[in-house]
Design a binder for this molecule. Structure first.
Ligand code: C2E
Ligand code: CA
Ligand code: CA
Length: 779
């Protein structure tokens, strides 16, 4: 269990104070106790001295009184004369007068003449003293088990004639009177003879019970007596008053420690009460103080938690001027710093550091925000790619691209409206969101963007022209999320590149077509590596010689996933991907092998192969074709190569030079799809070709379409003028054949004769065709 700081603080306060209180109280109580004990000891000493003084005083008074008897003339005379009766009556009278309890008369020799009591062992001592002294003396003695104070006075007439002794019993009254004076309890322990009991006289109630009668000696009894008193908290002072043979008198003065301390009891309780009150107050005060100390800590802890949770709005305020204030101020400063740093980090995370434009992640967020705006949330996303970015950085160095991008970014920022958003989502790609309400306004906008880059940028005194392509998507109609938008704008942009346009607007279905293209391109690779193609042949008929003089090789591809894919679809894709050269190589090998086979079978048949622009521009391809003709011993004119006008667009001079090499090698060259492209007659004049192949779009409906007839007729005429032969493809009916014949067309190709068929089929077909003349061909 965690103990709070507050509890610890309070506990510490109380512990320290408790310790202090305890030690001080203990010291005081001890001092009080010691003091009481010392007082009691002092009292005892005083009492002992007082007791001695009283005893002396007593004996002096007794002596004085007894002296009166000793000096009495009649008494002296009676002794001198030994008048026994007079002596006795004098002793009795006098004894009564002075309240004596014991009377003794001794002759100078120490013999007892008269005695009221048996003094036992004391008598010898007293008798001895009377022999050596001539002045009164006092003695304590025990007679018949009772303690006495005895005074012996000499009787002189004028010689010493006798000693008179008077004894007073030391009784309870006497010791009580002692107590009254000394304030100490008085006990007198005494023993008359060895065999007798130890007796006591005492102001204490139960003195006799404290003496164990079983104790054989006086010393043991008195030791036990004192010990029992000590047990009951009495302080004692023992004085031997008499020790004569077996006769013993011992004085024990006692002061009750309980009583002595009782006087201080009040003080003790007061001390304890004060200590308790102080402790209680300490608890309360320490609770208050601990509260006042821990309250700001609590506030600080809550603030720290709040900051940890990312709430930087509240300012912390701690009243007063303490270290906690400083801490509070520091915390406030800290949360401001964190907030600043967080803003900075967020900005960094959301922006491109060079151009300060939003990055792709932030553009995703911004698009989401735009889509969620309640009104007018339809906008165009325009992706702009600098397609020569890489080549520029290759040429001028990577370092120049930073200022280039910066200038481009500035152009956007200066040109765009407040509601537009521009971001840099890749090193060479900008993305713009713009509110547009029509396709015209979008077009106007993309034109503006293009115009921004019409003029070259100047960086480090170098002029650079940015070649940009735009792909635009309408959101949310054509893309309702960032991924779709980005993918589709990129598809549009690619389409712009493929079609050699500056911009392209995404339209629905483009992505499907694009995906189909991707798929086809991908599967094409598979077909190339797995020999997935077949070659069909479509016969061509020479109208002048009335013979099948050639067959066009047309490629077929049946893919396991896509099914039959037609060359119109995959050939342009193969041209884009560069795979066309591999395909052409395969077609070539296949077609030449077939050519040889036909020759071996005795057919004087040529083969037409379609070439793409890439093939014509490849010098080593031309080399190989020429080498193959020589190697295979093929009659060059039987190899017919068909090229399209569009194949010549890219690099016409290079294309013409290569065609010329083939032409000079004796290869038969045909201009395919004539009429669909943009080639001019002037161009046709310099092209090294033998034949014009009139496109099937003019031929398919030739029998019905007057315009087609006009075009075909003039084309044939023009070709003949230029010294070229003509062939019409797409011939599907005999009316068209008649027309073409009347127009002096040189050859025909079309379904009317045969669809493209496999080479084996073609030899069968040829046999049938030659044996069954076909009207109106031979007419
Ligand atoms: P193309 O060179 O103009 O080929 C003639 C196309 O017209 C062929 O289509 C043929 O099947 C079709 N055709 C022939 N007679 C008729 C007819 O009477 N009526 C109709 N409606 N069509 C007729 P295909 O085989 O689908 O080839 C399409 C295009 O693919 C070709 O046009 C050619 O440009 C290209 N191509 C075909 N094979 C190859 C090849 O091996 N290499 C290259 N580079 N291109 C090829
Ligand atoms: Ca062709
Ligand atoms: Ca054609």
């Amino acid at each position: 269990m965690a103990i709070s700081f507050r509890t610890r603080l309070i506990s510490l306060f109380i512990l320290l104070l408790g310790l202090t209180l305890f030690t001080s109280t203990w010291a005081v109580l001890r001092a009080v106790d010691n003091n009481a004990r010392a007082n009691a000891e002092r009292e005892l000493l005083v009492a002992e001295r007082v007791f001695e003084t009283l005893l002396e005083e007593n004996s002096r008074q007794l002596t004085d009184r007894t002296a009166l008897l000793a000096e009495d003339f009649g008494f002296r005379q009676a002794i001198a004369t030994n008048e026994e009766e007079t002596i006795v009556s004098a002793l009795i009278n006098h004894g009564e007068r002075i309240s004596a309890d014991l009377i003794l008369l001794m002759n100078p020799a120490g013999e007892v003449l008269i005695g009221t009591h048996d003094l036992a062992d004391s008598l010898a001592v007293i008798a001895q003293k009377t022999q050596h002294q001539s002045v009164p003396f006092s003695e304590l003695a025990i007679a018949e088990q009772l303690p006495f104070q005895l005074v012996m006075v000499p009787v002189k007439a004028p010689e010493l004639v006798a000693w008179v002794g008077v004894g007073f019993e030391i009784d309870t009254a006497l010791i009580y009177s002692f107590r009254d004076i000394t304030k100490a309890d008085v006990s007198l322990l005494y023993q008359g003879s060895a065999n007798s009991n130890v007796n006591s006289l005492s102001t204490l109630n139960n003195a006799n019970e404290r003496i164990n009668s079983n104790n054989p000696t006086f010393d043991e009894s008195s030791t036990q007596f004192i010990a029992s008193l000590q047990n009951d908290s009495w302080l004692n002072q023992q004085t031997e008053l008499l020790q004569r043979g077996d006769q013993r008198i011992s004085l024990v003065l006692s002061v009750s420690l309980k009583e002595a301390i009782a006087a201080y009891k009040n003080l003790q309780t007061q001390m304890l009460v004060i200590a308790a009150i102080v402790l209680l107050l300490a608890v309360l005060i320490s609770a208050v103080i601990a509260g006042s100390i821990t309250r700001p800590i609590g506030t600080l802890v809550r603030a720290a938690r709040r900051i940890a949770q990312g709430d930087y709005q509240q300012q912390l305020s701690i009243p007063g001027k303490t270290e906690f204030n400083e801490l509070g101020d520091t915390l406030n400063q800290m949360q401001m710093d964190i907030q600043d740093r967080e803003k900075h980090i967020t900005f960094q995370a959301q922006h491109d550091m060079l151009t300060q434009l939003p990055n792709r992640h932030y553009m995703a967020e911004l698009m989401q925000e735009r889509l969620q705006q309640p009104d007018g949330n339809s906008f165009a996303a325009v992706l702009i790619k600098v397609i020569n970015f890489e080549s520029l950085s290759d040429i001028y160095g990577v370092s120049i691209m930073d200022p280039v991008l910066l200038q481009a970014a500035n152009k956007f920022s200066n040109h765009l409206e407040d509601t537009d958003t521009v971001g840099l989502i890749a090193a060479d790609e900008f993305l713009i969101y713009r509110q547009v309400n029509s396709s015209q306004s979008l077009k106007a906008f993309t034109s503006e963007i293009k115009s921004l880059f019409a003029k070259p940028l100047v960086c480090n005194n170098i002029e650079l022209t940015l070649d940009t392509r735009l792909g635009a998507v309408n959101c949310p109609d054509e893309a309702s999320n960032y991924e779709d938008m980005l993918r589709r704008s990129r598809i549009a942009l690619n389409e712009a590149r493929l079609t050699n346009q500056c911009e392209f607007f995404y339209t629905s279905g483009l992505e499907d077509r694009y995906l189909r293209k991707l798929k086809v391109t991908q599967r094409l690779q598979h077909a190339i590596s797995h020999n997935g193609f077949t070659l069909l042949f479509q016969p061509q008929f020479d109208l002048n010689k009335k013979v099948i003089h050639s067959a066009e090789a047309l490629i077929r591809w049946h893919d396991t996933e896509l099914g039959a894919v037609y060359p119109d679809e995959f050939i342009p894709l193969a041209e884009n991907s560069g795979d066309i050269t591999l395909i052409t190589d395969w077609v070539f090998a296949e077609a030449l092998a077939q050519l040889e086979k036909w020759h071996s079978l005795g057919y004087e048949l040529g083969v037409s192969i379609n070439l793409s622009a890439k093939d014509i521009l490849k010098d080593n391809f031309i080399d190989r074709v020429i080498a193959q003709i020589a190697a295979r011993n093929i009659t060059p004119r039987l190899l017919m190569l068909e090229v399209t006008e569009s194949a010549l667009v890219e690099d016409i001079d290079h294309a013409i030079a290569n065609l010329r090499r083939l032409y000079e090698a004796g290869v038969h060259l045909a201009m395919d799809d004539f009429g669909t492209g943009f080639s001019s007659l002037a161009q046709l004049k310099v092209l090294p070709v033998h034949e014009l192949k009139i496109d099937k779009s003019f031929v398919l409906n030739l029998d019905k379409d007057i315009d087609d007839q006009k075009i075909v007729r003039s084309t044939i005429e023009m070709a003949h003028h230029l010294g070229l032969t003509t062939i019409a493809e797409g011939v599907e009916n005999n009316q068209s054949i008649s027309l073409l014949k009347s127009m002096n067309c040189d050859a025909i190709q079309g379904y009317y004769l045969s669809k493209p068929i496999a080479s084996d089929e073609l030899t069968n077909w040829l046999a049938t065709f030659n044996s069954t003349p076909l009207e109106p061909i031979y007419a």
